[in-house]
Design a binder for this molecule. Structure first.
Ligand SMILES: [Zn+2]
Length: 243
């Protein structure tokens, strides 16, 4: 009888205070662009989509290994319709939306260079990661809190934020949301403003920069970014901290 009472109490406690109380159970990871519309071109002439897919797979593998449920969006490269991305996350009741991209720079900073007999375009002007949030997202405070946590975790592991998007030039001049941690406001980014849950877009590196590209294409760099993303999302309460 005592045992039964204990079991009932334990069951009741679990019902009222589930172990995951307050901790998100699922994360939507969105791979920016597609095979047909592949985004920016890297300094070595590679499509941005390939970098986005590789990094998203590293992040998904790392986080699912820690027990986070991952909702994969655009991983197969066939997602050509931008407005169809967030409805998949909304329908799955994802607790957080993370869009993975790699960055470029404004055209005036590009210089031609030769590689394997080809003339390609590169820039040394911009380098590093950027994070974006939208003031049109219904959960701006949580979005910004996690974007700051992601930037902080990346910096702690030796990555640096880019200032390029804050430059007072045509096409940039974006407003800082958290300058210390590399976070900008970008209100009209479709996936950020149409997500029902907190949402952040990560530009992991400037692939138009040769050094950034050489670094970010290394599998160990992708693993380091994945670990920093896991740490940042744990620090802002979206996932459980790794044991
Ligand atoms: Zn992109």
């Amino acid at each position: 009888m005592e045992k039964l009472a204990y079991r009932l109490c334990a069951a009741l406690a679990l019902a009222v205070f589930p172990p995951s109380s307050g901790i998100a159970k699922s994360l939507a990871i969105d791979v920016g662009h597609s095979i047909a519309h592949s985004g920016a071109v890297s300094a070595y002439g590679k499509p941005e989509f390939a970098f986005n897919a590789a990094l998203a797979n590293s992040i998904a593998g790392h986080l699912s290994g820690q027990g986070t449920k991952i909702i994969k969006i655009g991983f197969d490269g066939m997602m050509n319709d931008l407005p169809k991305r967030t409805p998949l996350a909304n329908a799955a009741n994802a607790d957080f939306f993370l869009s993975i991209h790699h960055d470029s720079a404004q055209a005036q900073y590009f210089k031609p260079w030769q590689w394997q007999g080809q003339t390609l375009q590169q820039t040394d002007h911009a380098s590093g990661f950027s994070l974006f949030v939208s003031r049109k997202n219904p959960q701006l405070a949580s979005s910004l809190n996690c974007a700051s946590a992601l930037g902080r975790a990346l910096k702690q592991d030796g990555f640096h934020p880019s200032r390029h998007h804050a430059e007072a030039i045509t096409g940039e001049g974006k407003e800082w949301a958290d300058q210390a941690n590399g976070v900008f406001y970008y209100d009209n980014l479709v996936v950020l403003k149409t997500a029902a849950m907190p949402a952040v877009l990560l530009e992991a590196a400037v692939i138009a920069n040769r050094l950034d590209e050489e670094t970010v294409r290394q599998p160990e760099t992708r693993q380091r970014i994945a670990a920093a993303v896991a740490k940042g999302l744990a620090n802002c309460g979206v996932i459980r901290a790794a044991k």
